[in-house]
Design a protein around this ligand. Structure first.
Ligand code: AMP
Length: 400
């Protein structure tokens, strides 16, 4: 059972419900280029509208730094939001507080929705200014947070509202917290993590947290080179943070102490140039030539990783295993991702992935829909992987 309220716990009929969404979608020339985020919040909004709530949708957009910026207005989002809601009209208010917001909220009938202008047009949002949070809270009676991707920020619309109004998680937030909970907090074991990407220096906290929680840590990508180098394996001209060797050894030692098995690549796809379709060869990892770069894991590593994953019940994945943007160095990431997708489909693996390039890599592999859960939350997902409690999630727990 969730340790936070969900929509199931709220009686929303005829009540004004403030719903924090993440409508920070990619836009070009005032048009939404990818509506995924809008579609994902539709379930919560529809449920509230069907239950005859008066819905007040809140979001930020971009980084206007406390000033009104026409290019960062949420006005162009009203129509796509309406489309995602099956054509229900979405009103728009030109400010998120003050007279325009009050008037728009007052005009709402049960089952109607208004979208308020960009929260970050007011500096009080990011500062979590109590006076600003009070003004927002005064607009409604209940608060729903459906923006996991913003919940690593203690902003007024995230923590301030949860502290001021009866609060609950929206359906998207609930699904994200449930998926993440079953991946690391109460997982079925053995639990594996696949961590790749460019550097270990950007993922130190993440690696430190994971070695304490997972049974198997599969390392690939540029960061695996640093671990190989730290263990005395020459990596030629590969991306490698030599000054992080001692840190890499500390992580290996911590893993050993915590009985976390670490798997490094046993072979690599090596090229002399970092470009698409560069001439490349597969070499055993101890034989990387001095002028070569490991740009992907080799077929032996892929086979090994797949075999080991086959014995696991839970998987958490962040970061590509190679330079997946340039073929043929996408092969390792794609193959292992497809193997994980297949295990998930068979019902033997619960797979959660997310963070930055990982979503792009899974899209590239064609398996985005086949993982148990893919988080598009970026920074919030990474902070969760680092073992940090997200302020917005903590506020929901405390709201109980
Ligand atoms: P990150 O943002 O840390 O997850 O890193 C993702 C980036 O790491 C991607 O752009 C990949 O191309 C890059 N990358 C992964 N493996 C390698 C590698 N072996 N050599 C160079 N870059 C890599």
């Amino acid at each position: 059972m969730a340790s936070f309220h969900t929509l199931d716990d709220l009686d929303v009929a005829n009540k004004t419900v403030l719903v924090r969404l993440d409508l920070n979608v990619p836009m070009q020339d005032g048009r939404v280029t990818d509506a995924t985020r809008i579609e994902r919040v539709a379930a919560t909004l529809k449920e509230l509208l069907d239950a005859k709530a008066k819905v007040v949708a809140l979001s930020h957009f971009g980084r206007p730094k406390g000033k009104r910026e026409a290019s960062m207005s949420l006005a162009p989002l009203a129509e796509p939001l309406s489309r995602a809601l099956g054509g229900r009209p979405v009103a728009f208010a030109e400010d998120c507080i003050g007279a325009p917001a009050k008037a728009a909220v007052k005009a709402l009938q049960p089952g109607q929705i208004v979208l308020l202008e960009n929260l970050r047009f007011h500096a009080g949002e990011e500062k979590n200014d109590p006076a600003f949070a009070d003004q927002l809270a005064a607009l409604g009676e209940l608060y729903v947070n459906d923006a996991f991707s913003c919940s690593h920020r203690a902003h007024a619309s995230i923590t301030g509202l949860a502290e001021r109004l009866p609060a609950a998680a929206g359906r998207l937030m609930q699904a994200e917290l449930d998926a993440l909970g079953s991946a690391l907090e109460r997982p079925e074991r053995p639990v594996a993590a696949v961590v790749g990407g460019a550097k270990i220096s950007t993922k130190l906290e993440l690696l430190g947290n994971l070695v304490a929680k997972v049974d198997l840590l599969i390392l690939g990508g540029g960061m695996a080179n640093t671990f190989l180098f730290a263990e005395g394996t020459p990596v030629g001209k590969s991306l490698c943070e030599q000054d992080m060797a001692a840190t890499a050894r500390e992580i290996l030692a911590k893993a050993k102490a915590r009985k976390c098995e670490i798997l490094l690549p046993i072979d690599g796809r090596v090229a002399k140039e970092f470009k698409a379709n560069a001439h490349s060869a597969v070499v055993p990892i101890e034989l990387v030539p001095g002028d070569g770069m490991i740009l992907d894991v080799g077929p032996g590593s892929i086979e090994l990783f797949e075999r080991k994953l086959g014995r696991c019940k839970t998987l958490v994945w962040n970061g590509p295993l190679g330079a997946f943007e340039i073929p043929p160095f996408d092969e390792g990431t794609t193959q292992v991702a497809r193997a994980a997708a297949k295990l998930t489909k068979n019902g033997s693996l619960m797979s959660v992935a997310g963070g930055g390039d990982t979503v792009a890599a899974l899209v590239h592999a064609g398996v985005l829909e086949q993982f148990s859960y893919v988080s598009t939350a970026g920074g919030a997902f990474l902070e969760w992987l680092e073992g940090k409690e997200l302020p917005g999630v903590a506020a929901l727990h405390q709201a109980r």
